[in-house]
Write a protein that binds this ligand. Structure first.
Ligand code: HEM
Length: 452
């Protein structure tokens, strides 16, 4: 049935001046207060800009479906993200993105990432052995996790040990500065077409300097390679060729993709694991259930298949991603007039998928604000939850390419540590303003050996 535009209901626009300013410091709170005040589908006005806030799973699905039909596009953020992501997957425009995604996808399939099980396991075991020497103690778990994830990631991406890298401190500092500055860059683009950054020249300069450092590092790393026989991601990307078209990536694209992976693959993982250990450190009962499950099942070797047995542990990891999705909101834009939730949305409207809001929506979750892994244990009658009630890895065309890899990585790290240690904390951490949803301070916990 063809629905004429005039027959559609119109969404009433609301001024969102205050939440838009709040979003510079606390984006997850800004989208939460917009939802609380105006509901599931909200058309916001900020000066001459239309912003649509979407949080209902059915509407999220409609957004992804229309994106797949080319009616919505991420290209409006291209300029804001260009200096960091170049033409890598996170930023590339349609044609380049299709070619690049086709080349990279096979490297991240379940079977392909299982090749890295040993690298992950050996690094995680080494970290656990090191920690055993100083237990019991108060431990800065965020810092330990940061070091571990960096080691794993550099080895997988570049095929080398981080200890052999002279610039490792600088590299992590640059990633940290970018991670903080990128939020401002993106919000400035969404609400002011980037003009806001002119009012903060120092912040802009710091950010651009860190980006330049990161690129200089990657450039040097790629240029120093004499041969590409390794099994690391850079070598695999270099060798990758699309059989049908013969397409392979240029040296510039290889550099961009390396930066994209370096950035997309670390902070997200470090934050999620920090939140996980914080949540179980505060919840002795859940911690006990997870430890019992891990000790009961024989998971050696730590393969994806063996880890599948740890249903409750996986549920707790998903529950962490529900409460603290690394990307609290995702942005796209209507490039044609579209209809969402039965309302006409004009071309040019920026569309924000409010992941953080969906994940804590009272109509979707039994205990929306509590840590309750049972949300993810399917019991009769509960299977009906909409697939976009939970989308920490995004969805549609641009879903996270690293999902299989990172779920494997996080499970191996969790199991390796919880086989040996228990964690406890009475502290309370809040979400900090950053492009990824991280704790406002490093997570410090008291750590004991199991049974001691
Ligand atoms: C807990 C860890 C992670 C979370 C929560 C996460 C989340 C996400 C989300 C929400 C998106 C979609 C972004 C959008 O729609 O704009 C995304 C895309 C992406 N992620 Fe992840 N990610 C994680 C880890 C990783 C890792 C480890 C890698 C690489 C090894 C990775 C690489 C990427 C890339 C390249 C994209 C862009 C995909 C595209 O547009 O085609 N991510 N991720």
């Amino acid at each position: 049935m063809v629905v004429l535009k005039a027959e559609l209901r119109q969404l009433k626009p609301h001024s969102i001046l205050f939440p838009a300013l709040q979003s510079l410091r606390q984006p997850h709170q800004a989208i939460t207060s917009i939802h609380r005040k105006h509901g599931d589908l909200v058309l916001g006005r900020f000066f001459d800009k239309n912003l649509l806030f979407v949080s209902h799973p059915e509407h999220i699905e409609q957004v992804y479906a229309q994106e797949a039909r080319g009616l919505l596009s991420r290209d409006f953020l291209y300029v804001a993200k260009k200096s960091l992501f170049g033409d890598g997957l996170i930023n590339s425009k349609t044609e380049t993105w299709i070619n690049q995604r086709r080349l990279l996808q096979p490297l991240f399939l379940k079977e392909a990432v299982s090749e890295w099980e040993n690298v992950i396991t050996s690094n995680a075991s080494a970290a656990a052995n090191q920690l055993k020497k100083t237990t019991p103690q108060e431990i800065n778990l965020s810092s330990e996790i940061r070091t571990l994830i960096q080691r794993i990631f550099i080895q997988i991406l570049m095929g080398k040990l981080v200890d052999d890298m002279l610039e490792k401190e600088q590299l992590m500092d640059a990633v940290g500065t970018i991670s903080k500055g990128l939020l401002l860059q993106m919000i400035a683009q969404i609400i002011s077409d980037g003009k806001l950054m002119k009012l903060m020249p120092n912040k802009d300069r710091q950010y651009q300097t860190a980006v330049a450092q990161l690129y200089a590092f990657v450039h040097k790393e790629i240029a120093s390679r004499k041969e590409q026989q390794g099994h690391d991601l850079i070598s695999l990307m270099l060798k990758a060729t699309d059989k049908k078209s013969g397409y392979s990536m240029t040296p510039e694209l290889l550099q961009d993709e390396t930066v994209n992976l370096l950035f997309a693959g670390q902070d997200t993982t470090i934050n999620t694991l920090s939140w996980f250990f914080y949540l179980i450190g505060k919840d002795a009962e859940t911690h006990k259930k997870i430890t019992e499950e891990i000790l009961k099942h024989k998971t050696t070797p730590l393969t994806a298949a063996n880890l599948e047995k740890l249903v409750y542990t996986k549920a707790a990891l998903h529950e962490t991603l529900r409460l603290y999705p690394s990307s609290p909101a995702l942005a796209t834009q209507a490039v044609a007039d579209v209809v969402i939730g039965g309302y006409p949305i004009p071309a040019g409207t920026t569309i924000l998928l409010s992941t953080y809001v969906t994940h804590r929506h009272a109509a979707l979750w039994e205990r929306p604000h509590e840590f309750y892994p049972e949300h993810f244990l399917t019991t009769p009658g509960q299977e009906g939850r909409h697939k976009y009630s939970f989308y920490p890895f995004g969805g549609g065309l641009h879903n996270c390419i690293g999902r299989h890899f990172v779920e494997l990585e996080m499970m191996i790290v969790i199991v390796t540590l919880l086989r040996e240690f228990t964690f406890k904390t009475n502290r309370a951490f809040k979400e900090a303003a950053s492009i990824t949803l991280k704790p406002d301070q490093d997570v410090v916990l008291s750590m004991n050996l199991i049974g001691k």
